[in-house]
Design a protein. Structure first.
Length: 504
């Protein structure tokens, strides 16, 4: 029956084309001041208790962004974007709109090879997977729409997503949404907000979906003009300051970027072509961060990156200081994770990710590199040795990125595995962006609801023992992993899969 329904769906679709963890509450309540490098002009007042701030902020966000009951219940969302009518200028506000009702587990855009090549860097930065669909010669059916509808149907039949969102200005996907709902999944249409002009496509889609998510057309949304600052004098640094910034400060001149590239290349920090139009901004910023560390330049804006590059230009242009050349002994790592919804609403998707993980960091490319990276990504506790369960957890969480680096088969020998990970982490001219292990706040809440933990504020040791009791009683584990991070990941996955009523 399901196969027949999706066959009909595809046929109809092919008709004619139409720092520690930073909470949102803490960020919103801190007094925003302007800093320049490491000179302090004014100190922010101490923030109220984090729990009080976060609860207040979440309530405010819910009042400011009302959603239907169905939308609020959506947890894991598969997002499918029609590349024919959704330009890159709206990707970030589009992601913000979808993230307001759940966690985006799948991000795909369906487009031709020309757009995929042109938009490659934007898609990579926002972790949107391009699905390249060749254009067929002649015919009224769009093969990209066919592929999108087919994939949406496949994912709707799986258990890892509870909602399907389709971003398109076409009404052709109405039947797809209807079949998603028949499969007991939530269906969302993601459309441009055209202001006071009535939306015909919205009126057409409303009977077929649970809710319509609107996003503003134009540049990425920056509601309060945040910027995040780290001190790169230190290794393994985290975000130190959260500051206000005017929109004018985020403008970046291409000629200044070219000058900065040539300066970094002259001193050994930049090895690629000095092309201010066709470059990877993440690799350029990594070179800047290494330069700041080696030459003890102090604080630098890490988000938005354009402002950090502008600061770097002003810090070195016209200066005759005896700059130290790079000795190729540093690694720049960008942790990533799914941020809190309130944080996304406040700061936008990209900056919220940076704030959630404490920002990027530098590490020495020595024998301890793998251990340092795993600890900073929360797979290892302080003083905990690297073990096989910890390695396997990192490999599982980052399997897609590792596969793209040629890490196909995991060696049985731990030493060989660590050696290969070291080679990947230390690779030059590669963006080191890796997914963190989950924080334990959600699991603590679930353990309290399950009666295994007295309160969410219990000690780490109490949470560790409660997770062990849950693994014995509910998961049937005879042997418990000694690693806090491994227990956390397994318990979290169990709650998500088997007890959706306790899911965060």
């Amino acid at each position: 029956m399901m196969s027949l329904c999706w066959t009909r769906c595809l046929c109809l679709t092919n008709k004619s084309r139409h720092a520690p963890h930073i909470s949102a509450g803490k960020i919103l309540s801190w007094h925003l001041v302007r800093w320049k490098h490491s000179e302090v002009k004014q100190k922010p007042p101490p923030p109220p208790p984090v729990r009080q701030i976060l609860e207040k902020t979440v309530l405010q966000q819910q009042e400011e962004h009302p959603a239907s009951i169905a939308a609020r219940q959506a947890t894991n969302i598969g997002l499918f974007i029609d590349g024919d009518n959704v330009p890159p200028a709206v990707f970030e506000p589009l992601l913000d709109a979808v993230a307001s009702v759940g966690q985006i587990k799948i991000r795909r855009i369906y487009l031709d090879s020309v757009r995929a090549s042109r938009w490659g860097e934007v898609l990579q930065n926002l972790r949107i997977d391009p699905v390249i669909v060749p254009r067929s010669a002649g015919g009224a059916k769009d093969p990209a729409d066919v592929a999108l509808a087919f994939d949406a149907g496949l994912e709707a039949a799986k258990a890892n997503v509870t909602a399907i969102a389709i971003a398109s200005q076409d009404s052709d996907f109405a039947w797809v949404h209807q079949q998603v709902r028949l499969n007991n999944k939530q269906a969302f249409a993601v459309l441009r907000d055209v202001g006071n002009i009535p939306s015909n496509i919205g009126n057409l889609m409303r009977p077929f979906v649970n809710d319509i998510l609107y996003y503003k057309q134009g540049s990425a949304r920056k509601p309060l003009g945040y910027r995040l600052v780290s001190n790169f004098n230190l290794l393994d640094s985290e975000i130190e300051q959260i500051q206000g910034v005017s929109d004018a400060e985020t403008d970046q001149a291409r000629e200044r970027t070219g000058i900065l590239m040539r300066f970094l290349k002259e001193h050994g920090y930049w090895e690629l072509a000095c092309d201010p139009q066709g470059f990877n901004v993440n690799l350029l910023f990594a070179a800047v961060a290494k330069f700041f560390h080696v030459n003890k330049m102090g604080c630098l804006t890490v988000s938005p990156l354009s402002l950090g590059l502008e600061e770097a230009y002003h810090a070195v242009h016209g200066k005759t200081a005896p700059w130290t050349r790079y000795s190729n002994d540093l690694v720049f790592v960008e942790p990533i994770m799914t941020p809190e919804r309130a944080l996304v609403r406040a700061m936008g998707q990209r900056m919220a990710v940076t704030a959630s993980v404490g920002g990027p960091f530098l590490a020495k490319a020595n024998a301890d590199l793998v251990e340092v990276v795993l600890r900073r990504l929360w797979y290892l506790e302080a003083g905990e040795p690297v073990s096989r369960p910890v390695i396997d957890l990192f490999l599982e969480s980052n399997h897609k990125e590792l596969r793209a680096r040629g890490f196909q088969n995991t060696p049985d020998d731990d030493v060989e595995t660590l050696h290969r990970l070291h080679e990947i982490f230390a690779a030059r001219n590669e963006v080191q962006r890796w997914r963190c292990n989950a924080r334990d706040l959600g699991v603590r809440k679930d353990l309290v609801k399950a009666g295994l933990l007295l309160s969410e504020d219990c000690s780490r040791n109490d949470a560790f023992n409660a997770m062990g009791n849950y693994m014995k009683s509910s998961m049937g584990c005879a042997e418990l992993p000694p690693s806090y991070g491994v227990r956390l990941a397994r318990v979290r996955n169990s709650f998500n899969q088997h007890q959706p009523n306790l899911r965060k």
